[in-house]
Design a protein around this ligand. Structure first.
Ligand SMILES: [Zn+2]
Length: 315
């Protein structure tokens, strides 16, 4: 348990502004992505778009300067299956110019996810455009979706939804066809995602949320330099969340209070978790007996971010 707390504190330190500017950029990116993905918005408004660069055969996140595969962990079955799928996904893009790849991540099965995601990568020269599209399709429906897409692929399609995580599907877009119009025709989703991407809407939303996340991080800079204890960071998380809400980003609260708190605390089982592609995924969670990080009371029911029910209401 003590070790676990310590790891959390170390995770928090990644975000302190004492570290170089790049950390602030990563925090802004995380908050901006989170208010979209966990926002009270339509499915197509919750798409979190990202850009990556191919350099010497490696895929680099320009915000952090890190290779996308750098933080892979190999602890659980899900880690391994998702990790292999992600490596296959980016390897295909690196090896093929002007390629398009889809990797579906169903809800349930070996995962704790409540919703599915359709991840799509599009390579243009040395740039990769990435979209994580939220979907309410159940695992079997998601498999059907991939089957429709696979008519324009040479990939072998698995017979169980869980194996979709491991098998990226390259799609061959006919010459002169627009990718998004083509996908809308052959593989409709349970939202207007393809049309929204065609119109560039996810990038407009992201630019807005990034602007507000930047303002919020700036206004919290003083709190960061003063913060020392896990409680301080919970309070910063609550501040960040309130501030983003004041700026108009309403959150769909399925996690413990302050989804940002749980992000800052780096908890693995927080109501929201990051999948291998960096998508924020809602997960199932329960209260358990423990000590509250905020008020210090012990032996009471606390959520996955270790906050009691009374403090939850105050945050
Ligand atoms: Zn409490």
């Amino acid at each position: 348990m003590a070790v676990c707390e310590q790891e959390k504190v170390l995770d928090i330190s990644l975000y302190t502004p004492l570290l170089p500017d790049v950390r602030k950029q990563v925090l802004v990116e995380d908050i901006a992505g989170l208010v979209l993905e966990a926002g009270k918005l339509s499915l197509e408004e919750r798409i979190n778009p990202r850009k990556f660069k191919i350099k010497n055969g490696h895929v680099i996140d320009p915000k952090s300067g890190k290779e996308v595969t750098e933080e892979l962990k190999w602890e659980s079955t899900l880690d391994i299956v998702e990790g292999m799928g992600m490596i296959n996904f980016y390897n295909y893009l690196v090896d093929h110019e002007d390629s398009v790849v889809i990797c579906a991540s169903p809800s349930e099965g070996i995962s704790p996810y409540i919703e599915g995601r359709v991840n799509i990568g599009v390579r243009k020269r040395d740039d990769i455009e990435f979209y994580g599209i939220p979907t309410k399709l159940n695992p079997e429906e998601l498999l059907d979706f991939v089957l429709r897409v696979s008519e324009f692929s040479d990939a072998k399609i698995p017979n169980k939804p869980d194996f979709l995580r491991l098998n990226p599907i390259p799609i061959f877009i006919p010459n002169n066809e627009n990718i998004w119009k083509f996908l809308e025709n052959i593989a409709p989703l349970d939202s207007n995602a393809w049309q929204a991407i065609f119109e560039g809407k996810p990038w407009e939303m992201k630019a807005r949320s990034e602007k507000d996340a930047e303002l919020t991080v700036k206004s919290a800079a003083y709190l960061f330099t003063e913060a020392k204890t896990p409680r301080d960071f919970v309070l910063i998380g609550a501040y960040v969340e309130r501030n983003m809400q004041r700026l108009g980003w309403e959150l769909d609260k399925a996690g413990c209070p302050g989804v940002f708190n749980s992000e800052l605390l780096g908890s693995d089982n927080s109501g929201f978790t990051k999948d291998v592609f960096g998508n924020t995924r809602e997960t199932t969670w329960e209260y358990h007996t423990g000590s509250c990080l905020v008020c210090g009371t012990s032996n009471i029911p606390v959520g996955p971010c270790k906050i009691c029910k009374i403090c939850e209401k105050k945050l």
